[in-house]
Design a protein around this ligand. Structure first.
Ligand code: SF4
Length: 451
């Protein structure tokens, strides 16, 4: 068997190793000492920065959830916003001398719409009181069907939301029950219709495939229903069951072959219905190509517990937590923090890790990685630094024009190929974390040592 056959066989055996939405993964972060945001504040001089606010509350913890979120803490939101306000005040004082201006605010979670309308008003007031935004700031927020009300949508419209993302996941009640979602299909349709009636510039709907019992037909039936509401974007997420999520305890193990067949079918369906594919997960209404935007170096400041900040080679956030016990512990620590400018947990990236991050952040999304630009930044050739890319070109997973980009086949294997770019050091740290946590799966490819 040739090298390509071997690679292909391994990739198709399980294309779903790891979602590489950011690198390094938070499980590779470790305690940091003697670091203060003061030293990094000059990086926030001038404009172009991102602000992220994490709202960690949800109605229920979904069976697959590996995000920082807790359910049943309705009474905790005001206390949490008090802590966010203290953090805002301290960060704002630190950034003031540098004239920091933010071009984007992202509110994620958890379920930001879990807050009451009044709490949401307070949240936006906090941002506007303590931070400067560009006149055209992009305000992005996530919602869930059960929490979507006209009152709250009016609040985010007044705040200037430009993109609203709704986690529908499926329009099959049976599949929603397997996932442990609290809403049903009827509620999701009602919420989506309401959301669309507010005319936000971009409405995105999230779906999951690879759910036990789901078929390509039932997935496409869900997508077809979604299309009747004319969303601007659709994200298709393969089901991952990891890190002590509820479905792990129930013994649910996704079937990668079934998931991949569903992915192929859904991708075809969306392309036939006027969507272009920008990454393995992202489908955007319309033709043409996504414009290149250089990413991976941006500065982004996170507020709240569980969000991560990026400041040059420093990435930091509270320790990774999934289970209720761990999340509550971190929330308690957050709410009792006196000095938010002390950085106690994260990672300082070496030059080599910055290169890896750059390749991961560009290759996995259209239009790909511009070779010339890589050379200008790092003074070397990307395929010399990462010879594995040559193998992928030979196997037809990557093509080259002025960009190196994943082919259609490569896009579908993003969650297998991307993890091969994890460094041995980061891979070892991730494995160490997994080994110390019950109910996790080994998802870091050992092949990464080859690079
Ligand atoms: S998947 Fe989303 S809605 Fe479900 S518990 Fe996690 S953060 Fe909350």
């Amino acid at each position: 068997m040739g090298a390509c056959d071997e690679l292909r066989e391994a990739a198709y055996q399980n294309p779903y190793l790891q979602y590489m939405y950011s690198y390094p993964h938070k499980t590779a972060y470790r305690p940091l000492e003697n670091l203060s945001l003061k030293e990094y504040a000059p990086l926030f001089a001038g404009g172009g920065h991102g602000l992220y606010l994490h709202i960690p509350f949800c109605e229920t913890k979904c069976g697959y959830c590996n995000l920082f979120s807790v359910a049943g803490e309705d009474a905790a939101a005001d206390r949490y916003l008090d802590a966010v306000e203290r953090q805002c005040r301290q960060y704002a004082a630190l950034l003031k001398p540098y004239g920091a201006e933010f071009s984007e605010a992202v509110i994620g979670g958890g379920t930001p719409f879990f807050l009451t309308g009044a709490q949401m008003e307070r949240m936006f007031d906090l941002l506007d009181t303590y931070f400067c935004f560009h006149a055209d700031r992009g305000l992005i927020i996530e919602t869930a069907p059960n929490q979507t009300t006209a009152e709250k949508l009016a609040v985010i419209r007044r705040a200037g939301a430009v993109r609203v993302s709704m986690g529908v996941q499926s329009f099959s009640d049976r599949e929603l029950a397997v996932l442990g979602r609290r809403h049903d299909a009827a509620r999701a349709m009602e919420a989506l219709a309401l959301l669309k009636s507010f005319d936000f510039p971009c409405v995105n709907v999230d779906f999951i495939y690879g759910i036990p019992g789901q078929t390509a037909e039932s997935l496409c039936a869900s997508l077809s229903k979604a299309l009747s509401y004319e969303p601007d974007e659709i994200f298709l997420y393969p089901l991952y069951v990891k890190h002590g999520a509820g479905l792990v305890r129930k013994g649910v193990v996704p079937d990668p072959a079934a998931a991949y067949a569903q992915y192929l079918c859904a991708g075809r369906f969306l392309r036939e219905n006027g969507f272009r594919q920008d990454s393995m997960r992202r489908f955007v209404r319309g033709s043409g190509k996504r414009a290149f935007s250089e990413c991976g170096f941006g500065t982004s400041l996170a507020l709240g517990c569980g969000g991560r900040s990026y400041a040059g080679n420093l990435h930091f956030c509270s320790p990774y937590a999934i289970t209720r016990k761990d999340c509550l512990l971190r929330l308690d620590e957050y709410e009792n923090t006196d000095d938010f400018t002390r950085i106690t947990h994260g990672i300082v990236l070496s030059e080599e890790e910055i290169r890896r991050r750059y390749v991961i952040r560009h290759l996995l999304i259209c239009p790909g990685l511009e070779r010339v630009r890589y050379r200008q930044r790092f003074h070397s050739d990307v395929t010399d630094d990462f010879p594995v890319l040559k193998d992928w070109m030979e196997c037809g997973f990557v093509q080259e024009t002025e960009f190196l980009f994943l082919t259609k086949e490569g896009l579908g294997l993003s969650d297998y190929l991307g993890p091969q770019l994890i460094s041995p050091r980061v891979g070892a740290a991730m494995r160490e974390w997994e080994e110390g946590h019950e109910g996790t799966h080994d998802f870091v490819p050992r092949q990464s040592e080859k690079l």
